[in-house]
Design a protein around this ligand. Sequence first.
Ligand SMILES: [Zn+2]
Length: 84
Amino acid sequence: MTEMPIYEYRCESCAEKFEILTRFAERDSAQVCPACESTKTRVLVSSFAVAGSGETSSVSDFASETGGGGCCGGACGSCGSSPN
Ligand SMILES: [Zn+2]
């Protein structure tokens, strides 16, 4: 029996908050914002404290992670720049 906890995410593009029913292993994966379809989202509920203080490191870490082309695969309308 697999439990599917609900995690709350926030979209960095439009500040939309939404909940995703996902596995723990997928918790830190970028989810698609239901409002603007951006993948620049991050989980709010986590084991570490989310008080907004660690936002800078979190964002930069996320940026490097999506720098490989995960975000601009076509689903993200906010990314108009072409790769190279
Ligand atoms: Zn959004």
